[in-house]
Design a protein around this ligand. Structure first.
Ligand code: SF4
Ligand code: SF4
Length: 373
């Protein structure tokens, strides 16, 4: 076996569900497309993506002499681990976050591949989603899948629930320089199902409208005009992946990553009445750290406002008294959805203007003859 075959085999033995090699080339057309996406502001508040543009365009800036990329696809298509007893377990979590942070689980795989590459005399550097690398472009070049109309990499075998990791290497690329063919055909399910119309006709997501962005990366209040569309998504959104027929064909395949019921169906009460430090200790090593406690509490209140799940009532009151104004603002909105004027009136005296404004608006709506309380 040559070095490329040895590394591919090792990746599979370490848990990768799909592997392939791509040339370490980023075509000018891909760079232009990405730059246009940024210029249109569709990356929303993720300013770091602009700063990474030149590095993304040039893999050699990550590894001198890079010539090929080993791409790993790891399935996170789990069966639902079930809902634990107790607590307020309302709202959905995107499947990739049902397991402890996948970065932490895939980094040791990449470390092991880097070690093996060094033993073989190959220079290599691994990335799992946190570096300025065009993983989806390389995944198509490695024949792991194609960029679907949802913007996600879709595999005929693994569907859309696939996490990517890459190993840049200086091994010469010896395969055919072509990309996986498009298998979307006449399907438009993901575009039709997206709750916020976030998917553009150019297979690019407008993060400003995407529930995944709004519930994970976005800081501050969720735009009021999109709160109802967020529905019961507590963290992320899987709608465009779930409806993809290729995901349906794949079934539950995950081998390396294992779901944790406490992450798949968390108790919303864990986000209230605790300090940020206590929250970090409770959820260390999970994706919930990204939006932080106040982001998760904000999301929980959006879910409770939309679902009006009765067991969530104490959390609305806790949210209205939260130290973070973003949480109180979300509580004011949720209380308005419930049509509860008592706690809303108290928020008219809130120290933050945004909270007072939402409470006043909600009270006006609640007293409308069309919405009798
Ligand atoms: S993740 Fe959800 S909101 Fe974002 S594009 Fe997909 S379906 Fe739309
Ligand atoms: S849902 Fe249909 S259009 Fe969307 S990515 Fe999947 S196959 Fe393509």
């Amino acid at each position: 076996m040559n070095a490329a075959e040895l590394l591919s085999d090792l990746a599979v033995s370490l848990g990768a569900d799909a592997v392939g090699w791509a040339p370490a080339v980023v075509p000018a057309s891909a760079v232009a497309e990405y730059a246009a996406w940024l210029k249109a502001g569709r990356h929303a508040g993720m300013g770091y993506l602009e700063r990474q543009l030149s590095a993304r365009s040039d893999p050699a800036s990550r590894l001198e002499g890079v010539a090929s990329v080993l791409v790993l696809g790891v399935s996170h298509a789990f069966a639902d681990p079930g809902v634990p007893a107790g607590g307020v377990r309302v709202g959905r979590v995107a499947r990739y976050a049902w397991t402890p942070d996948y970065h932490d689980q895939l980094q040791p795989v990449l470390n092991r591949l880097e070690e093996e590459a060094a033993r073989l005399g190959v220079r290599a550097r691994g990335y799992v989603d946190h570096g300025p690398v065009m993983e989806r472009l390389f995944a198509a070049g490695a024949f792991l899948g194609w960029r679907g109309k949802s913007g996600m990499t879709i595999s005929t075998r693994l569907g859309a629930f696939m996490t990517l990791a890459v190993l840049l290497t200086d091994l010469p690329f010896t395969g055919a320089a072509e990309a996986h063919p498009d298998r979307c055909g006449r399907c438009f399910r993901c575009l039709a199902a997206c709750p916020t119309n976030a998917i553009g006709p150019d297979r690019a997501i407008d993060a400003r409208r995407c529930i995944s962005y709004l519930t994970i990366e976005h800081r501050g209040p969720v735009p009021p005009e999109l709160r109802t569309e967020v529905g019961d998504w507590l963290f992320g959104c899987d709608v465009c992946s779930e409806v993809c027929p290729w995901t349906g064909k794949a079934g539950a395949l995950a081998r390396l990553l294992k779901p944790d019921p406490e992450l798949a169906h968390p108790d919303l009460g864990a986000f209230f009445g605790v300090s940020e430090r206590a929250f970090e200790r409770r959820f260390v090593g999970t994706a919930f750290l990204r939006p932080r406690r106040k982001g998760m509490a904000r999301n929980a209140l959006t879910v409770l406002g939309n679902t009006r799940a009765p067991q969530g009532w104490p959390l609305l009151l806790a949210g209205a008294a939260d130290p973070a104004w973003e949480v109180r603002e979300a509580a004011a909105w949720a209380l308005g959805q419930w049509g509860e004027p008592g706690p809303l009136r108290a928020l008219l005296n809130d120290p933050h203007a945004a909270v007072r404004a939402v409470a006043a608006h909600a009270l006006r709506e609640a007293s409308s003859p069309l919405n009798p309380v």
